[in-house]
Design a protein around this ligand. Structure first.
Ligand code: PLP
Length: 375
């Protein structure tokens, strides 16, 4: 059974032919065929902890706004995009010329790979990290250097800067908190990286999960320099993955370059829901606390049973299952809980999205059974 909004199996196979689609989405072929989360997911169906989605979906005010505007969606409603951009800029202390909206943050990530990587312009990323940019850069013939995370889960900024100098990188990608670990790279390390990286290397800081953490954003520095691009998305804490809305903040010259690959008007439902989300004064704090509570309880439960996790401040974590991660994920799926996957560098660890408290109870039941199946 497939959720009506899921891409068809055929379109997935078509995309898979590019060598990008499944890994970009973090899917194994078996997971690609599984239903997606969302209000329409049948009660009693599988628990979906595989894509770092927000289990609560859009905030009630966001959902109401999206429903309201749908009747007017015969129009582009361009003015709403300006309103959202201006509100985001004001909230972040940026000028509006430093903010550009996209249908999700995948879009500027893809554009960054096209613009700033290639045969003569390498990419430096962490390992493990969100692969979209690295996969696309590699497919375009760019040398990609993957620098292992430090033991505490932070980016190894010194090794990354050395790698950038060695390959004369066009782009360096830093995801904070990182996907899949949810781990933090301290602000002081990012400041060191920005001060010491090669002049030619642009730095893209992906803050998709920032609102889940107490970490300070680097977005304000996009005011002061022309080599820093900061991405945000409404897909995670705001629960709008299927609505598609993301933001790039950077020097106007970098935004012009991102825009040079063409325009794409935004879904008006996403704009309305995005505006309502930004206007909700408690949403971030409420969801951050909810997520932290469930995450910490789950990680403590795992710890008591001898399974360690990289410290996380996001809505996902990586747990060492002490056996082949892919087989373990399959054993969990058989028990109705679909978790994320493993990265080649850590074959015995798997990523898990933090769901609701009830979903994480089902995770615990399935985990205990999959670790120790009856003989
Ligand atoms: N960046 C990171 C770190 C992600 O984990 C994801 C999605 O999982 C994205 C970007 C892309 O998200 P979206 O295109 O939905 O904004």
């Amino acid at each position: 059974m497939t959720h009506p909004s899921a891409p068809s199996r055929r379109s997935f196979l078509h995309l898979a032919g590019t060598g990008l689609a499944l890994s970009t989405l973090g899917l194994t072929p078996a997971q690609a065929a599984l239903p997606r989360s969302g209000p329409a997911a049948p009660a009693g169906g599988p628990v979906l902890l595989n894509f770092n989605e927000c289990p609560y979906g859009p905030a009630p005010a966001a959902l109401a706004a999206a429903r309201d505007v749908a009747g007017r969606s015969g129009r582009y409603l361009f003015a709403m995009a300006g309103e959202l951009r201006d509100l985001f800029a004001a909230q972040e202390g940026l000028g509006k010329e430093q903010v550009r909206l996209f249908p999700g943050s995948s879009e500027p990530l893809n554009r960054a790979a096209v613009l700033w990587t290639g045969a003569g312009a390498g990419l430096v990323v962490a390992d493990p990290t969100f692969e979209a940019l690295g996969d696309l850069a590699a497919a375009r013939g760019a040398p990609v250097v993957r620098v292992p995370l430090r033991a505490d889960g932070a980016h190894d900024v010194r090794a990354m800067v050395a790698a950038a100098a060695r390959i004369d990188a066009g782009l360096l990608y830093l995801c904070n908190p990182n996907n899949p670990t949810g781990s933090i790279t301290p602000a002081a390390d990012i400041a060191w990286l920005l001060a010491h990286k090669p002049a030619r290397t642009r730095v893209l800081v992906d803050e998709a999960y920032l609102q889940y953490s107490e970490q300070r954003s680097v977005i304000g520095q996009a005011m002061q320099r022309d080599d820093l691009i900061v991405l945000r998305t409404f897909s995670k804490l705001y629960g709008m993955a299927g609505l598609r809305l993301g933001v790039a903040a950077a020097h106007p010259d970098r935004l012009r370059e991102l825009a040079s690959l063409g325009d794409n008007p935004l879904p008006v439902t996403a704009l309305a829901a995005g505006l309502a989300s930004l206007r909700d004064p408690d949403l971030i704090v409420r969801r951050r606390a909810e997520n932290a509570q469930v995450r910490q309880a789950t990680i403590a439960w795992l710890g008591k049973r001898g399974f360690s996790c990289v410290p996380s401040e996001a809505n996902c974590f990586v747990v060492d299952v002490q056996r082949e991660g892919a087989a373990f994920a399959a054993a969990m799926a058989e028990r109705g809980v679909v978790i994320g996957r493993s990265w080649a560098i850590w074959p015995q660890r798997v990523r898990v999205t933090v769901g609701t408290a009830a979903e994480m109870e089902r995770f615990q039941t399935a985990f205990a059974a999959a670790i120790d199946p009856p003989r």
